[in-house]
Design a protein around this ligand. Structure first.
Ligand code: ADP
Length: 267
C-alpha cells in the first residue's frame, strides 16, 4: 500500500510563483482541517498551486478530473469481481481519506449533484466517508485534506454548486496574475525572454477585456505558455500566437480577425 501511496508523492518542487498570500492561507487551512475551494478561470495556476502545496506539506496528492458521467462509486469505491471473488476497491476519495493524502477534485461542478453530496460528511467535524456498499464508515486520516476547484465563469443556474456545498469550504480566488508576475511565469515556463513574454501577456490582457463581449473565456496563462513554447522552438511569434492564443478560443471570424490584429500590434 505504501508503494501505491508513493506514486502520489510529489518528488520535486513544482515551480509556483505566489501571487498573494495564498501559500500561508492554504497552510493555515490545512492545519485547521478546513477544506479549500480554488476559484478562478481555467489555466490560471490552480492545479500547479495544489501540486506545490502537496510538495511543501510533504503529502501525497490524489487528483480527480470530474466529469458529468462520474458517479459516486467512481470516487468512493466499488466491489470488483476477480478470481478470488469480490474485492472492495477504494475510489480516489476513499483512498486519499484512508491514507492521509490531499484529494483534489478538479471542476467538481461537472460532477452530478448526487456525487457532490458524498463529500459532505468529509468536510465537517465528522471527517468521515460512509462506504455504504461496504458497510464501513471510513474515518479520515489526520493528514487528509480536501481541495476542489471551481470556475465561477462557467456556471449556469442549472449547474452550480449548492450553497450547502460551498459553505463547507474556505475559498481562495485565483485570477490571471498581474502583468509583471505573469511575465515572470511565462518566462520561466516557456523559456523565452522577458520582452517576448511581456508582449504575450499584453496580448492576453487585451483579449481578457473582450470576455463577455464575444469571448466566453480570456486567454489563460497556460495558453501564453503554449505560445511561448512554440516561439522557444523557433516558430515566428505571429504564427505561434495564431495557433496557441487565437484559434483555440474562438470560431467566430470577426473575433478571430480582431485578435489577430491585437497580435499584430505587438509582433
Ligand atoms: P488551472 O488548474 O487553473 O486550470 P494550471 O495550474 O494547470 O491551471 O496552470 C496552467 C499552467 O500555467 C501551469 O502548468 C503553469 O505552467 C502555469 N502557471 C499558472 N500560474 C502559475 C503560477 N502562479 N506559478 C507558476 N506557474 C503557473
Amino acid at each position: 500500500m505504501t508503494d501505491m501511496l508513493d506514486q502520489y508523492r510529489v518528488a520535486e518542487e513544482p515551480y509556483y510563483r505566489p501571487v498573494a498570500d495564498e501559500v500561508a492561507l492554504y497552510e493555515a487551512a490545512y492545519a485547521a482541517k478546513m477544506p479549500v475551494m480554488l476559484k478562478g478561470p481555467t489555466g490560471c495556476g490552480k492545479t500547479r498551486f495544489v501540486e506545490h502545496m502537496a510538495w511543501r506539506l510533504g503529502k501525497p496528492l490524489v487528483t480527480v478530473a470530474c466529469n458529468e458521467d462520474m458517479t459516486a462509486s467512481d470516487i468512493v469505491g466499488r466491489f470488483l469481481l476477480d478470481a478470488e471473488g469480490t474485492r472492495w476497491q477504494d475510489g480516489p476519495l476513499a483512498f486519499a481519506a484512508r491514507h492521509g493524502a490531499i484529494c483534489y477534485l478538479d471542476e467538481i461542478v461537472e460532477a452530478r449533484q448526487d456525487t457532490t453530496v458524498v463529500i459532505h460528511p468529509l468536510t465537517d467535524n465528522r471527517r468521515a466517508l460512509p462506504l455504504e456498499k461496504k458497510g464501513e464508515i471510513l474515518r479520515a486520516h489526520e493528514d487528509f485534506h480536501l481541495v476542489i476547484s471551481y470556475n465561477p465563469g462557467y456556471q449556469s443556474l442549472m449547474k452550480d454548486l449548492k450553497q450547502s456545498t460551498k459553505q463547507r469550504f474556505g475559498a481562495l480566488d485565483f485570477s490571471y496574475p498581474e502583468h509583471a508576475t505573469e511575465v515572470e511565469i511565462v518566462t520561466h515556463e516557456a523559456g523565452i525572454d522577458a520582452t517576448e513574454a511581456g508582449k504575450l501577456v499584453s496580448i492576453a490582457e487585451r483579449a481578457r477585456n473582450l470576455k463577455g463581449h464575444g469571448l466566453d473565456e480570456g486567454i489563460s496563462t497556460r495558453m501564453l505558455i503554449h505560445a511561448g513554447s512554440l516561439m522557444a522552438r523557433g516558430i515566428e511569434a505571429p504564427a505561434a500566437c495564431r495557433m496557441a492564443l487565437v484559434r483555440p478560443i474562438t470560431d467566430d471570424p470577426d473575433m478571430r480577425d480582431a485578435l489577430d490584429a491585437a497580435v499584430a500590434t505587438y509582433f
